[in-house]
Design a protein around this ligand. Sequence first.
Ligand code: HEC
Ligand code: HEC
Length: 345
Amino acid sequence: MTNRTAFAAALAALAALLLPAQAPAAPVANPSSGSAWRLPPPPYPAANPYNQAKAELGRQLFFDPRLSGDPSQACATCHNPGLGWADGMRRAMGGNRALGRHTPSLFNLAYLRAFFWDGRAQTLEDAIAQHILAPVTGESSSAVDIERRIGSLAGYRAAFRQAFESPRITFDRIVQALATFVRGIVSRDSPFDRWLGGDATAMSEEAREGFALFTGKAGCVRCHSGPAFTDSHFHNIGLNSVDPGHFEVSGRPEDRNTFRTPGLRNVAATPPYMHNGSLPTLDAVIEFFNRGGDRIGPGNELKPLGLSREEKRDLRAFLDSLTGGETEMPVPILPRGIIRTGARR
Ligand code: HEC
Ligand code: HEC
């Protein structure tokens, strides 16, 4: 035995002696605890760091119809906090016109890397700027119009000074404040989160079985991965729709009919579902995935799953267990007519 191997053997013996004392019996942890599914605090980019005055200014702008110039329309008209930051309708309404796509919820956007159903924006600031300049309603305002409109309102000057250390009201600052507010819309403390945190009773047995299916037999985790339950990538799931999706952005034929995977936290609060709002309930969504989509054909990444009735029920229970509260975010009292309520259809 060389000195070195003798030393290694001695170390191994020592380690064997110490090990039992050092490693306490594994707690009866759920097998999936660990950081992979836990939402960390929302990240803020260096180019638009958080401060509270900025988030508050963003909140004020979010609920203010004077930003759009249309007295019946604020951001919150379509992204209504009482309807999961969406509008409960199949497709967004601009005035009396049904628009092309379903209004997405704004939960947990801080964690995403692609925005809009088709991924035409890569940052939240970019998404909001595009959205304001070319609103989905089609009536566009120029950045200069918007600066003038907000700049002429008493009260905003002081709020901008507090948020940005100078009272200058610019389009970029309006966007930065809105993005800072939206990054704070984070779902919290769902039964799933409490279960991850070690509370074995937080989720029903069905929901736990559903999580096992989600990450196993049903294969949902292929796309709905990570703490926000999305890979921020684009997929074709064979939905009946003529919308070209991400193809319009990338121009690559293989991206035809692909859409960004939506996050799933608080998903039970935001029916209907999909970019065209075509599926009215979570049960309809589960049936859809179970049959492998509507269009068996080129590009569809899904396969039929063959789930039993119990398995479908378990998956549903799991999706329901993702509903939590949200970051404390008092909502101002709104003039009548700005927020649509209960308009589920
Ligand atoms: C008329 C309804 C309507 C109004 C008003 C509206 N939105 Fe939207 N919003 C939508 C629709 C519809 C989409 C999806 C569009 C798409 O993907 O092509 C969307 C998408 C978004 C997204 C991207 C979400 C994601 O999942 O990628 C953000 C962020 C957003 N809106 C923020 C805002 C903000 C901030 C305002 C106010 C300045 C606002 N919206 C006003 C309907 C609206
Ligand atoms: C191949 C990737 C992929 C797989 C696998 C997948 N999804 Fe999805 N999921 C998506 C995409 C992309 C969308 C949005 C499609 C659209 O709007 O056209 C979506 C939409 C959804 C929605 C609607 C969300 C909303 O806000 O509209 C739910 C709920 C959902 N998926 C749950 C599941 C479940 C449960 C499974 C497993 C049975 C699953 N997904 C498997 C990619 C996937």
